[in-house]
Design a protein around this ligand. Structure first.
Ligand SMILES: *[C@@H]1O[C@H](CO)[C@@H](O)[C@H](O)[C@H]1NC(C)=O
Ligand SMILES: *[C@@H]1O[C@H](CO)[C@@H](O)[C@H](O)[C@H]1NC(C)=O
Ligand SMILES: *[C@@H]1O[C@H](CO)[C@@H](O)[C@H](O)[C@H]1NC(C)=O
Ligand SMILES: *[C@@H]1O[C@H](CO)[C@@H](O)[C@H](O)[C@H]1NC(C)=O
Length: 203
């Protein structure tokens, strides 16, 4: 009898604990509604990127003192009117199939957006050649002189920002993506159009 009562008490205690845990979880991590007073401007800028000053050492990438871009395309040289968004996609040199799909789907370049892929060096000669071929065909590969490895991911990210600051400084927005994700770009463009384009163009 006493044993049965104990079990019931345990069950009740466990239930209370579980409920308070779940409640606590939702209070702490549940979705929050952020109210934006002026949705056109307060969250995303636009920022005046003409004020960005590239005062870093071009050949220093974190602790790499002799950094260079092995492949360095210049898609931003002649800014088309309304050029707004640069999408930098971190990519493994071996993932040429992913890059092909991105070029043919959500990453299609147009007047307002461009895509570049960030890669490091591969020590597989056929992969390196593949990268050179892709770069010749599409002009959208940015390659740094560090070994491409997951552990070197930080170099790749910072390289992307360095490349933007030095070679694409007037772009209004940067989107950083991976080569294994899908961006709903028509929806994104509608979002830019509604929220940012007016401000970005100063109207
Ligand atoms: C952006 O900054 C540049 C350089 O400081 C300045 O000439 C320009 O007027 C600024 N544009 C806007 C819209 O504030
Ligand atoms: C180099 O990459 C190619 C294509 O992915 C692969 O077939 C080959 O085995 C790789 N070679 C070496 C030495 O890893
Ligand atoms: C790169 O292009 C050259 C010339 O078009 C071709 O001979 C070679 O097979 C290509 N290499 C790769 C890895 O795609
Ligand atoms: C990262 O890149 C550096 C510079 O190329 C290289 O020495 C190092 O081995 C790379 N790290 C890994 C984990 O491959």
């Amino acid at each position: 009898m006493a044993e049965g009562l104990d079990t019931t008490v345990h069950k009740i205690l466990l239930t209370v604990l579980a409920i308070s845990f779940v409640l606590n979880y939702y209070t702490e991590y549940g979705s929050k509604i952020i109210e934006i007073e002026n949705p056109a401007f307060s969250l995303l800028g636009p920022f005046n990127t003409t004020q960005i000053v590239a005062n870093d050492n071009y050949n220093q990438l974190i602790d790499i003192d002799d950094f260079t871009f092995i492949i360095n395309p210049q898609p931003c040289e002649n800014y088309p009117a309304g050029f707004l968004l640069m999408i930098i996609v971190t990519s493994n040199p071996t993932n040429n199939e992913n890059r092909r799909v991105i070029r043919n789907t959500w990453g299609k370049n147009h007047d307002t957006t461009k895509v570049v892929f960030l890669v490091g060096l591969s020590n597989n000669i056929s992969i390196s050649n593949q990268i050179i071929n892709e770069s010749n065909s599409y002009g959208d590969i940015v390659q740094g002189n560090f070994i491409d490895a997951y552990r070197n991911m930080t170099y790749k990210h910072v390289m992307g920002l360095k490349w933007i600051v030095h070679h694409c400084p007037k772009v209004k927005y940067i989107l950083k993506a991976d080569d294994d994700i899908l961006v709903n770009s028509p929806q994104m463009l509608r979002f830019w159009d509604g929220n940012c384009l007016r401000g970005a163009l100063g109207t």
